[in-house]
Design a protein around this ligand. Sequence first.
Ligand code: FEO
Length: 394
Amino acid sequence: MKSTLADGVTWVGFVDWNVRDFHGYVTARGSTYNAYLIEDEKNAVIDTVKAQYADDFLARIAAQIPLDKVDYIICNHAEPDHSGGFPAALKACPNATVVCNAKCQAALARHFDVSDWKFLVVKEGDTLSLGSKTLQFFDTPMVHWPESMVTYYMEEEILFSMDAFGQHYATSYRFDDEADMPEIMQEAKMYYANIVLPFERPVGRALEKLGGLKIRMIAPSHGVIWRSHIAEIMAAYQGWRVSKPVKKVVIAFTSMWNSTRNMAKAIAEGAEEYDVNVHLLDMADNNNTTFVTDIMDAAAVAFGSPTLNMGIMPRMASALTYLRGLKPKGKTGVAFGSYGWAAKGSEEVAGYMQAMGMEFVCDPIACQFSADAATLAECREAGRALARVALQAE
Ligand code: FEO
């Protein structure tokens, strides 16, 4: 495995091949926790790894330099997948000073006993000379947490971008041009949809700020390092940031005795009369992670659940609750569902959609028990209306 980014810059992270649940995010392709060593007159490490992998991380550093020669460990982000290794690292590297911003220092103090840690607190635009090399720090609040910052290696034009531009993607390759690009872009999109989507304005501010830098390489905290497809990932972020829609209709449902399923299929049939991409997802067989990724760039959506105990079925409630927290923008849709004696399911689904600011092509479609011909016709018509909305996307 090649792990050299530039002369004196080495990847010292951990590849987590088998992580499958990242607090609810289904990481089907695992992940990496990237950390980097920069060797100069002073030696700096950028970020750590999850606490349980600190030994591997320290062994990678020790393969390059004695651990007592580590002068700085930079904390770009206090979330424990990157800061968890700090206690072990500071024990093993007795001469290391923690470099972070004031918010990060406060956050670290809430996670760990920092009473004997040495800190160098930096602020926006500050530089740190390592001898012949210089690091510069930029705050990127809410990408992903309030204290998030990035580190820029000025001479080599490498941006250590922390969570931004990351992917949950385990690979023995370190660089974008070595691995499978369609897989990487799909994982970057999934990462954006599940982690970054609520932060449109902070992402906009960060992109504007970082857009002024000369960048030869983007080294994020997860996944591969971008060196050949920087323009592509930057452009993708600009599109995802504003949830730029494509000509796609996503129909997601749960069903009890196939009535709501038949309604979903009828909506799909109506939409398929037009030249749009139609996705039909039974949420009993799909997870929330891929669901929200599919929704992110859909122009139109249909969500359905039968009534269960005067509410909706748990899988749909889980999916919609997760989606609502991610604040998707600019969607038009329809709610639907069958019922036995009270049409509560479709109403509750519509309530979720309303809470996400969605527009509707029609009132919720509900039917008692099996969907009859009139209901299915109504569903087909709703599908056509959704497709006409989707056709307006670029
Ligand atoms: Fe990868 Fe927000 O931590």
